[in-house]
Design a protein around this ligand. Structure first.
Ligand code: TRP
Ligand code: ZN
Ligand code: CA
Length: 450
């Protein structure tokens, strides 16, 4: 009744005024040259348009591999931890990055009685609270030059970093690149780096992308099945060129993403296969030779520049650039976004706990340290109720205890939870248990605000 009484005139007039306001804004936004053209021709705000990643020149990536081969040749045939070829590799990559405007740091550690080095390169700018890291191990085994394992990942990451510099990219996130030492001794360098970070600095890393063996001669196209946002950006890129991918299963945790993952940092990466044998189905979809290892020279002296699949190296370098441009320029999600469940859930009297689920999607990294939880439970004696927030991994955060003296009804409250150690994406649950007989109620609604 109330809405029909004033008739359609007033709402219509208000709508017309709004349209006029939009038109004025659009006209003000057009450039002088196109002034007077239709408002629809107004350009989109530049900040809202995602920049396309550059094509990474394969020749540049291969030139880095040639350098690694020469460094090995000049240093006893390898670039292994504790050998001069490793430090020469660090110096070479560092010089390129310094010349391109990166802030580089060499972190030392000791392993098996020898000094090891991690090379870290920060691209100035971006949100220091959202660091997107990309890394590759720079050491080889002692039996060879390690050109596929892992000159390929090292060269692809280096050339992607240099492309960031050439583009003078101003990403929303802070970009950090790393070349790890002593991976071949048991993921020593990256472990050392993650362990050396303060809890705060660790929480600032919103994602880590790993490239280890990305140009195997009998290549497969494997994407790590870890953080959904990183996985998606790689899968989307490969879908765009019509090349099928598979999930990486040749030993999860066998490279430098493992310490990041252990620390609760979202990880992802690319891989073209090591000692495992290519199946007939894989040869059908990717070409190459079935019944043969992805890399027959894995950890062998023949892992030289001849052991490189150019197509795989080119694709994975471009895929990495696409991931950096996409994830790096993605601004932090607008604060204040809520995820809500308004479906009623009955809470049995003096009975078992019940839950209501809210699924958070589209986030990278961890939940905030001040996660707001709004709870609306209708109940005739709120003292009966125990209320917890359950993170996607099942960790419980107590919001409210029961109390026999809390005689009011309903729980309508906003709680703040430090959820900074929890991955944001996933199924969060509100768990409510009525622990005493007689009074009853239901979860009316609840929501999470990030
Ligand atoms: N450097 C790794 C190793 O020697 C290579 C490797 C094997 C790998 N399986 C992997 C790298 C899976 C990434 C993912 O173990
Ligand atoms: Zn490796
Ligand atoms: Ca009760």
């Amino acid at each position: 009744m109330r809405s029909s009484r004033p008739g359609p005139l007033r709402p219509l007039r208000r709508r017309a005024a709004a349209v006029a306001a939009v038109a004025v804004t659009a006209l003000l936004a057009v450039t002088p040259a196109s002034y007077g053209s239709a408002p629809a021709a107004a350009p989109a705000a530049p900040a809202a348009r995602a920049l396309a990643a550059p094509d990474i020149p394969l020749a540049n990536v291969k030139a880095h591999l040639t350098q690694f081969q020469s460094i090995a040749a000049a240093n006893g045939g390898n670039r292994a931890h504790g050998r001069p070829g490793y430090k020469a590799s660090v110096d070479h990559v560092k010089a390129k990055l310094d010349a391109a405007g990166f802030t580089t740091t060499v972190q030392q550690f000791t392993s098996s009685g020898a000094t090891g080095y991690n090379l870290i390169a920060d691209w100035p700018g971006g949100d220091p609270g959202q660091v997107l890291m990309t890394g590759a191990h720079l050491d080889s085994v002692s039996t060879g030059a390690g050109i596929n394992d892992n000159g390929s990942g090292s060269a692809a990451v280096l050339e992607a970093a240099l492309a960031v510099s050439r583009a003078r990219l101003q990403p929303a996130k802070h970009l950090r690149f790393a070349w790890w030492g002593a991976e071949e001794l048991g993921i020593v360098g990256s472990k050392h780096y993650v362990n050396s970070l303060s809890t705060t600095d660790r929480s600032r890393i919103s994602g880590y992308i790993n490239l280890d063996m990305v140009a195997s001669p009998n290549a497969g196209y494997f994407v790590y099945d870890d953080d959904p946002a990183i996985e998606k950006v790689f899968k989307d890129w490969y879908a765009g060129i019509g090349v099928p991918t598979e999930i990486e299963t040749e030993g999860d945790g066998r490279s430098d993403h493992a310490p990041f993952k252990t620390a609760g940092i979202p990880v992802g990466g690319l891989f073209t296969g090591a000692g495992r044998v290519k199946t007939a189905a894989q040869a059908t979809k990717w070409g190459g030779t079935s019944g043969q290892a992805f890399d027959r020279c894995y950890h062998s002296s023949c892992d030289s520049t001849a052991n490189i699949n150019d197509t795989a190296l080119d694709r994975n370098s471009d895929a990495l650039a696409h991931a950096l441009w996409t994830l790096g320029t993605q601004a932090a999600p607008a604060p204040g976004t809520s995820f809500e469940n308004t479906t009623d859930v009955a809470v049995p009297d003096g009975g078992a706990a019940v839950t209501s689920t809210v699924t958070v999607t589209g986030r990278t990294g961890n939940a905030p340290s001040a996660l707001r939880v709004d709870v609306d439970i209708k109940h005739t004696w709120r003292g009966d109720l125990v209320v917890d927030l359950l993170a996607p991994d099942g960790t419980a955060y107590r919001l409210k205890n029961s109390s026999s003296s809390d005689s009011a009804d309903d729980v309508v409250a906003a709680y703040t939870v430090n959820a900074s150690t929890e991955t944001a994406n996933g199924a969060w649950r509100l768990r409510v248990q009525d622990v005493a007989a007689q009074d009853t109620g239901y979860i009316d609604s609840w929501k999470l605000t990030f």
